[in-house]
Design a protein around this ligand. Structure first.
Ligand code: NIG
Ligand code: FE
Length: 414
């Protein structure tokens, strides 16, 4: 029997669900944030067993933690990251300051191909050590569930190496982790002169069977974009993934509207991610679907791109919106979710309540893991964070540079 933990005198217990939601929040639901004032929270055997108002607080527990003046929130569920990579790319960032665009740098073999060259020469052990450090950092800022993609390997051997690193992280960490196979992140140079199909065949006939055979991936992803893969190629790869039971989560509409969203919806995508540009047909395709729109505001922020995902339009159309960090060396060299939540409020005009629910519960739905993650609910894993004393919940995204996450508990352990 593990020890029970009782957190008392919580100023506000945030996203406390009497009846846990079974579907992602849409439309006006996103702003309706259930909060209990002056609350307690009880944890036993790694899970949340009960919570309520202080006037009905249990008298005994093995350990009692007084949270006077503090807010308790469910941990962030970061449903889109590239946390395993070999090297940062600050030189390219300086090139962009001097005026080169992200797409220009990518077309010359920089960008993803640059990261792939570095990753291919880096041993698994080194990648694992670096990723553990990044994981430690994001968990300190309150992340309790995380998706990690491959996609900097781009060869059979190196894609497998990345996915094995992700599997080792899963085994070694208390943070919940889901793995996504993103072999279709970029077409390697050797295939660019008239043999794109050769690389797609490699993904479908060599990579996928091995990855599925070792159970290394939970999802399949494709970078559907002019500088990466066409809609038809994306469909071919999604269909191949489906034969191994891998549902798609797709990079789409980062720079161009190409019809990729409708294609992803047709293939039952769990989420479509980025959406810096969207047109009416994209909104129509998402409207009557179960697919979640995952917005990554730190990518256009870091690229200083004026195109921002139309969060308000998506919410008003009743489309479920999640927020994620996109932690990667090219477009978002940070996995700190409190900053993502701030950016969503500042630049996407999401209300603090909306942004917090999009970064927790809807993120958990975007990883099909809401039964255990994403809210304070009886029976869910005890993954929660305690803030420093704050005057209000809105203060958390408002004070965007401050480190307001004081303590983080994963499966009931600090
Ligand atoms: O989500 N858009 C594609 N993939 C990443 C960036 C990858 C990189 O530049 O290394 C993204 O922004
Ligand atoms: Fe990404």
């Amino acid at each position: 029997m593990s020890q029970s933990l009782l957190v008392t005198n919580i100023h506000q217990l945030v996203l406390a669900e009497e009846t846990p939601r079974t579907k992602p929040l849409r439309g006006s639901e996103l702003a309706q944030l259930p909060v209990i004032e002056n609350a307690w929270l009880l944890v036993e055997n790694q899970r949340i067993t009960d919570f309520g108002e202080m006037e009905n607080c249990p008298e005994r527990a093995d350990k009692i933690l007084n949270a006077t003046g503090r807010f308790v929130l469910p941990c962030w569920c970061d449903s889109h990251t590239h946390l395993v990579f070999a090297k940062n790319r600050e030189e390219e960032w300086v090139d962009r300051i001097k005026g080169r665009s992200y797409e220009e740098i990518a077309a010359r073999g920089g960008g993803i191909l640059n990261s792939a060259a570095r990753l291919q020469e880096t041993p698994e052990e080194v990648l694992f050590g670096q990723a553990q450090e990044r994981l430690q950092e994001v968990r300190k800022s309150g992340t309790g569930l995380l998706e990690i993609k491959s996609g900097y390997g781009l060869t059979v051997e190196s894609e497998l190496k990345m996915l094995r690193v992700i599997r080792r992280l899963k085994e070694a960490s208390d943070v919940g982790i889901k793995a996504t196979f993103l072999g279709a992140h970029s077409v390697p140079m050797a295939y660019r002169n008239g043999n794109r199909q050769g690389y797609i065949d490699l993904i479908i006939n060599e990579m996928l069977p091995k990855i599925a055979g070792e159970g290394l991936a939970d999802y399949i992803d494709v970078f559907c974009e002019k500088l990466a893969f066409s809609v038809a190629e994306t469909e071919e790869i999604m269909a191949a993934g489906a034969r191994y039971g891998l549902r798609p989560k797709i990079h789409v509409n980062q720079f161009n509207c190409m019809g990729g969203i409708a294609a992803a919806v047709r293939h039952g995508a769990v989420s479509v991610d980025h959406l810096e540009v969207v047109d009416d047909a994209d909104i129509e395709a998402l409207k009557n679907s179960e697919t979640i729109a995952t917005l990554l505001p730190s990518a256009p922020f870091f690229l200083n791109d004026d195109h921002r995902p139309p969060a308000r339009g998506l919410i008003e159309a009743g489309i479920p919106v999640a927020l994620a960090s996109d932690f990667n060396p090219g477009t978002s060299p940070s996995g700190r979710m409190p900053f993502v939540v701030s950016l969503a409020c500042i630049q996407l005009k999401m209300l603090p309540e909306e942004a917090i629910q999009a970064a927790t519960l809807n993120g958990a739905f975007a990883l099909e893991a809401a039964a255990n993650y994403g809210s304070i609910a009886r029976g869910k894993l005890a993954n929660f964070l305690i803030t420093r004393p704050m005057p209000s919940l809105a203060y958390l995204p408002y004070a965007f540079g401050s480190d307001l996450v004081e303590r983080v508990f994963l499966k009931g352990k600090e």
